[in-house]
Design a protein around this ligand. Structure first.
Ligand code: ZN
Length: 225
């Protein structure tokens, strides 16, 4: 079996994603690139997270062609591979349906930076992609273009996607996004939330980028207009 250790890690974090309610049932998907070979391990289509084993993880190349696996890869594989092709600074892509973050993609409201911990990894902006049916090449282009150099993106009327250098960091980003969205929703019921100053958010995010090596690419390098 190719890449047994990375496949096992993808299973571990896919299950953590499920157990911490970032997804329910067979929702969402997760991929990780092996930096040495460039091959990508991705969850299978319709994955049952509780039963998932390393053998169920599908290995694909950067063109989304299956190299090894007994199941079909996630329907979102072309999106994962497109993002991984364009973003050499990250190795992992996670798609979640976490409810509070998803709600921002329903009201299309700018995502506020209210928690220091979240500003560290999210930076000053979480872009929201307009609604489009997922699982298509056009959707992959839309999401990859809207993501740009950011760590997180909210899909309009759908869910969220996070990218990171490692699986633990990507999992942390998913929770940073959901925690911020949830705390903001609670805070609005108590009073008027106060956002972190913009220069403080930049300072926090720069520290995180330098510490973890998630270097932001230039706009040209990620193909943004
Ligand atoms: Zn989804």
């Amino acid at each position: 079996m190719l890449l047994p250790e990375l496949r096992t890690e993808v299973v571990r974090f896919a299950r953590k994603m499920y157990e911490s309610q970032l997804v329910h049932a067979t929702q969402g998907n997760l991929s990780a690139r092996d930096p040495k070979s460039g091959l990508i391990c991705i969850t299978p289509s319709g994955a049952d997270y509780q039963l998932l084993t390393a053998e169920d993880i599908v290995v694909v190349d950067e063109q989304a062609q299956v190299v090894e696996g007994k199941w079909l890869p996630s329907l979102e594989t072309p999106l994962h591979t497109l993002v991984l092709q364009r973003r050499r600074d990250i190795n992992c892509v996670m798609h979640t349906h976490s409810p509070y973050a998803s709600a921002f993609g329903v009201v299309y409201q700018r995502f506020p930076m209210i928690l220091a911990e979240s500003a560290l990894c999210l930076g000053d902006e979480v872009p929201i992609a307009p609604y489009q049916m997922s699982g298509t090449p056009a959707f992959a282009e839309l999401v990859a273009n809207t993501l740009g150099h950011h760590s997180a993106i909210i899909w309009g009327n759908h869910g969220a996607m996070l990218v990171g250098v490692t699986l633990p960091l990507t999992f942390s980003i998913a929770h940073a996004l959901e925690d911020s969205a949830k705390v903001y929703t609670i805070a609005r019921q108590l009073g008027t939330p106060v956002e972190l100053p913009a220069d403080e958010v930049i300072k926090l995010h720069d520290f995180w980028v330098n510490h973890y090596g998630q270097k932001a690419l230039t706009q040209e390098a990620v193909g943004e207009a």
